[in-house]
Design a protein around this ligand. Sequence first.
Ligand SMILES: [Zn+2]
Length: 256
Amino acid sequence: MSHVDDVQTRALVLQTFPLKEQDKRFVLFSWTHGKIFGRAKGIRKLTSKLSTSLEFFTESELYLKPTRFSSEYWILQAKLISSYPELKCNLKLISSLQLIAEILMQVLPENDASIQTYQLVLKAVETLKTWGTYYQEIISSFLMHFLKQSGYSLELQYCVVCQGKNKHNQYFLDPMYGGLVGTTCEVTIKSKIVFSLQISEYLKSMQKMNIHQVHILKINLKLRYQILRVLLTYLELTIEKKLKMTEYFLNICQLP
Ligand SMILES: [Zn+2]
């Protein structure tokens, strides 16, 4: 058995599923154990004290007990830390949270603490609260930092095939090689992403910046969208999975 002790940890709710008549199952991102699965009994009863602490993208302090038959936990108690209500009444911001949640669910391994990523998520969410109109840059910045923390490099300083700096006039972004590939050094066709040097410059700036600073880049509307599309495509090709939220989120971005 991989875990036998009771656990007390703060955690974010990434997804919820109804279970039996009155129970629910949860995908959680916990401080101490990374991505884990939890179950709560009777939570769909009107009298349940747990329900408000276990809504989508709510952070709570949880008391967990391992279940007997699987690698899941029973959620025994939950004390609300924040439910981020200010982000949930705005379509663009709640979509941002849904996108972050799906990325965490698809990429994070189970039962593997990643405190750095937890802190990054909290930072992204706090920044969305303060600088919500810049949600596209905030998500792009989150993606840049998340890729790095997850071990998926994104080399933007030189061509990863010939190692040449400023050698090419045009580049692709190639997830198989982990960064820029000059068009004349192009080797794989499968995963290349066409993008402009202007986008590359913004991505380089984002790599050096904290999430809460990205609003100062003053990126125009069209480029914000293009940068986001490039990064989401890069992520999907890197993890070799399609995210359900990608197209939906990119459509939301184009709403006035
Ligand atoms: Zn090259």
